[in-house]
Design a protein around this ligand. Structure first.
Ligand code: SAM
Length: 438
């Protein structure tokens, strides 16, 4: 039996019991089994949905589990079955429970009683129905309902208030958009759209930029448009960081935290005689930057170097660069819909530690920027400490820098750009632009 649910269960066993990354574990399982497109989509939905709603699902199941679940497959199987029961409205309950029973028989040891246990718990779940903490216990209620750890719900409530927090939680549980960026001149955008339609894709214009489209499905990496570099996979909010620079074309640019290279190539596209030096602390990740640069035909403008950006001034001369991008390592709270497990892995301490690293990177690379040069700082998170907090501290320590208001994409001009995970599926993002005073 090789079907969507076997693939989902094998993936979830690896994610929950062996702490594998969900995207890597799922891809490995999908490669092992030759599933039809609809089954691939179902397996993917079950895996991401089960991880996403883990806290909610545990809350439903915990009162019904009266024994120690010794077999390692039991908890993942119960969680994914409960996910299907509560969230896949088109799949009949009997089909979900029958499939769970078959898997329990297949994965359980002979005479272990696993089948009876699973069947009993799922039937009891059907009788119990959905349960939630009292609504006036707001932190607990939102934590279970939207399946976010309590500290994070509390953190969001303290920083953004009740309504914004609810919006962030709900949108972070919605599917991520299939966003692409058109890398060609604006007068060729219509041709790209026509070719996408011919390839069977439908699209919506991004509400943030003119160069991004949200596609109705994945799989664009197999098209000619992608292979020839006319389009690339990039979130609309992320693409705005590079749009914050004013390029002439001749600049020497430093991309301090570059892998996998989405913004490096976007910078290179803007250059004529200039070039971009792409750093990353992880040497193996620079391969991704090189490959993307090759696909987009900008390799001649991109040089890569494995380096901790906090040591950059030991390698480069002062005032060597006209522009610097620090797309910093961050807690990734703006990316939760793409990486559902982020919510369970991060802590308030991580946010505080990352803010220190981000400030250290800024401090170190700031001497490499020439007078009147532009520095753009960006993150894919929405935490104040890593965003405005880092910029405020940096400006306090470096009066030679000033904040420059930015107008990017379809957004109004503002002091610093904060984008929350949005209705049309874009990630959460932060952008600040600084100038070195003359
Ligand atoms: C947010 S990602 C960058 C995404 C990239 N700019 C893009 O658009 O594709 C942050 C990157 O910073 C790298 N990194 C983490 N700490 C670093 C450091 N101290 N110096 C340089 N790179 C670092 C990580 O390996 C990661 O690839």
């Amino acid at each position: 039996m090789s079907n969507a649910r076997t693939v989902a269960l094998d993936t979830l066993i690896k994610v929950f019991n062996q702490k594998s990354y969900s995207n890597i574990a799922l891809n490995n399982e999908l490669e092992k089994h030759d599933l039809k497109a609809a089954d691939k989509a179902l397996a993917t939905r079950i895996v991401y949905g089960t991880i996403q709603y883990k806290l909610f699902l545990e809350y439903q199941l915990n009162p019904l589990i009266k024994t120690n679940l010794r077999d390692k497959f039991l908890k993942p199987l119960l969680l994914m079955s409960a996910y299907q029961y509560f969230f896949l409205e088109k799949v009949p309950t009997n089909a979900i429970f029958d499939e769970a029973n078959k898997l329990a028989k297949k994965y359980g040891k002979k005479n272990s009683g696993s089948y009876k246990l699973v069947n009993g718990i799922l039937r009891a779940l059907e009788r119990q129905g959905k349960i939630l903490p009292a609504e006036n216990d707001l932190v607990n209620y939102l934590s279970i309902k939207e399946s976010f750890p309590k500290w994070l719900v509390e953190y969001l409530l303290n920083n953004f208030g009740k309504n914004k927090t609810k919006e962030i939680l709900i949108r972070s549980n919605q599917p991520a958009s299939n966003s692409i960026r058109m890398t060609v001149e604006e007068n060729s955008f219509e041709k790209i759209k026509e070719d996408l339609r011919k390839d069977g894709f439908d699209y919506k214009e991004s509400s943030l930029t003119t160069h991004n489209l949200n596609l109705n499905k994945g799989g664009v990496a197999k098209t000619d448009l992608f292979e020839t570099g006319k389009i690339t996979i990039q979130d609309a909010a992320a693409s705005l960081a590079v749009d914050a620079f004013n390029f002439k074309g001749s600049e020497h640019v430093l991309d301090a935290c570059s892998a996998p290279g989405g913004k490096t190539v976007q910078i290179a596209e803007k250059l004529t005689t200039g070039n971009v030096v792409a750093l990353d602390i992880h040497e193996n990740k620079l391969k991704l930057v090189k490959n993307t640069a090759k696909r987009l035909h900008v390799s001649d403008k991109v040089k890569t170097k494995a380096l901790d950006a906090r040591k950059a001034k030991e390698y480069f001369a002062e005032e060597q660069f006209d522009k610097v991008l620090v797309d910093a390592p961050c807690s990734g709270l703006g990316l939760i819909r793409r990486k559902p497990e982020i919510r369970y892995e991060k802590s308030l301490n991580d946010i505080k530690n990352l803010a220190k690293i981000q400030l250290a990177i800024l401090e170190n690379i700031s001497v490499l920027l020439r007078t009147s040069g532009e520095l753009v700082y960006s993150t894919c998170t929405i935490s104040y400490e890593e965003d405005e907090g880092v910029i405020k501290q940096f400006l306090k320590l470096h009066p030679e820098f000033e904040l420059v208001p930015v107008q990017v994409g379809k957004l109004p001009k503002q002091q610093m750009v904060r984008i929350f995970p949005s209705e049309d599926g874009s990630d959460g993002f932060f952008i600040a632009k600084l100038k070195k005073r003359g």
